[in-house]
Structures are given as structure tokens and as C-alpha cells.
Design a protein around this ligand. Structure first.
Ligand SMILES: [Zn+2]
Length: 50
């Protein structure tokens, strides 16, 4: 199953691995938004891709 996070900035983060999704989303948040979300926050935004 592919998980997708649609960031409010318009970028999409997508991975088949929950761990990788968290890692990619954390890096995006740090680089683009200067924020460090928790794993829980990231996974709460993730949705399975249709
Ligand atoms: Zn973003």
C-alpha cells in the first residue's frame, strides 16, 4: 500500500514504507517549513493512495 501526504505547500510525499514516509516528510518539513513534526503528526496526515 502506498501512503501519501499532501502537504499544504502543494508538495506531495509518497512512500510504500511507513518508516520511509516519516523520514521523507520529516526532511521536507525541516527543509521547507523549518518544523519538526512528530511521527504521530506525520502519520495522522498520511492517507492510502487510491
Ligand atoms: Zn510542505
Amino acid at each position: 500500500m502506498t501512503l501519501v501526504i499532501a502537504c499544504p505547500c502543494g508538495q506531495t510525499v509518497r512512500s510504500e514504507s511507513e518508516d520511509e514516509l516519516v523520514s521523507l516528510a520529516t526532511r521536507h518539513a525541516q527543509e521547507v517549513h523549518n518544523q519538526t513534526p512528530t511521527r504521530e503528526q506525520i502519520l495522522s496526515m498520511a492517507k492510502p493512495e487510491d
